[in-house]
Design a binder for this molecule. Sequence first.
Ligand code: MIC
Ligand code: SF4
Length: 640
Amino acid sequence: MTATNPQNLTEKILSAHLVGAGSLPAPGTPITLRIDQAFTQDATGTMAMLQLEAMGVKRVKTFSVNFVDHSMMQSGFRNPDDHEYLRTVSKKLGILFSPPGAGICHFLNIENFVKPGMTGIGADSHTVNAGGMGAIYFGAGGYDVALAMATGEYSVPMPEVVNVQLLGALQPGVQAMDVILKMLSIVGVKGGKGKIFEYGGPGVASLSLSERATIANMGAEMGASTSLFPSDERTHEYLASRQREADYQPLTADPEANYSATIEIDLNQLEPLIALYPSPGNVERVADHLGTKIQQVCVGSCTNSSYENIASFAEQLRGQRVAVDTLLYPGSRAVAIMLADSGYLSTLFNAGVRVLENGCGACIGQGGSPPSKSISLRTFNRNFSKRSGTPDAQVHLVSPAVAAASALTGEISLPQQSRPLKPQPQVIDTQSFQHPPAPEVAAQVEVVRGPNIVPLPDFAPLPARLEGEVLLKLGDNISTDDIQPAGIYLPLRSNVKEYAMQATFTQVDPGFAARAVTHRDSGGHGFLLGGENYGQGSSREHAALCPRWLGVRCVIVKQFARIHVANLVNFGILPLTFQNPADYDQIPQGASLILELGELNGPLTLNHNGHTIPLQPAFEQKDIGVLKAGGALAWFKVGQ
Ligand code: MIC
Ligand code: SF4
């Protein structure tokens, strides 16, 4: 018998899904994986489906789901048009459809579809939530998800695997949210780039599936490729409780497995933490902010909307009344039913909580905006500037326990008591889903396209030379919410022109879209400049697609976030980085630039007023054809 090298869990799952022969390469080298599940949500799904249709795909190859959870305000025809398009196109292409009201995509995924050992890709950055189930799931742009649906494959740089050793157990009043906030305080918002955080150690067994999902979920906020927990007795317990025992398999790393680094967190020592506005990375002790007045509390989002999360919030409120406006969004219909059956729903109503629809809600600015100049405490995952819809409000991120204590007092407070939660049998709500019909029936389905469904524009190939102006110079940590805000603009996701004209960079520079269009129409190629971690946050490909429509052809920054750089390539925008980051200071907004592109297979030289500035490609060798063709769809259509 030959001894095999010990493997970490990431290596086990990835090598079982590697397309083609061979072993896993060094970190950073692209790998192609077989994908077991692909999904979208409505805010990214309509565009992904338009691309899937433009590819000429008749029926998807991979198990695929379209969820509706983001845009459900339905104030006007746009949201319902999108839902109807998604419902009918899903039917036609063989995709399972999860209608509005069923719940948040990541939540429903864990409850119903993800199994230990699976791989998946979703058109949403928090797809990584599935790591709580011992599965490797990546967030990606809509085009990459559409391609995975069509081909069953996805290419991603081989991540570096970092081990997170959890010791001890969480103490009363300390929750999973505090574990991931602790991680954020150690790693920062860009420190996870190119990494998988693989959790292990004796403390893991003390964490439930819901707690693991909360921790995996916010790996997105560290810019990580994904996060991964082992599949063990707790996983078994959860799957059995959901009548999915057959989906269980135990999965752990080998004892001598190698990791590139180890981080140790002693759960016994953790205390309640808070991520202060405007970044999930601004983590401090709750104890240092006691007494700060707040005006709103929001509970829910894909990070903290399980039965356990909401019951822990409700239990603290029992018999008391909230002191500030408090909004709550259950993660799924099953969770809402469990809250009703357990009696916690009446606890919440009696306490004065506003219980809203199962979905993303205030997390993506779909209602629930706080008052001007106020402070809102939220159990969500992002507190970027203006994301709440109120430009001068501040959002801080906390656990459900801290949210409850603070809702009762109207100021930032520590949890006072930790009463046991009422146990509640899991509710199985698979009847919410609409399964696709057989291919013969699907072929007859008519896809409904209301006026909000506007076909994708065609984009021209990349010219041999780019010549134009710096349309906007930006700083560090620019999020896709800064580039292409959601909130009130979310109903425009299926209409590129409208979304670009109304929303692109509007909260950074309201004149941007008009200036860009004038420059584009006079034949100029638009450039954007940025600092570190450009494009952090959401996976929305509109943050590339809309700037591209406005004539942006090249983005030059100090460093990109992973998903955004892939989206730029997919829409034919050249992503480049400064070889010497200090050169960023030499180029002002409005500067005229010339860039000779050549074959794109090496460093490039930028010409600014006769000065030359060396640049590095932020794309991979395999992307050159895509970029030259003007984007992934054009490249796909010419048969690659
Ligand atoms: C978000 O939390 O920002 C979103 C909305 O879920 C996005 C996807 C989108 O913009 O549609 C994400 O995280 O990828
Ligand atoms: Fe929805 Fe918020 Fe989660 Fe994004 S982060 S998927 S908007 S709940």
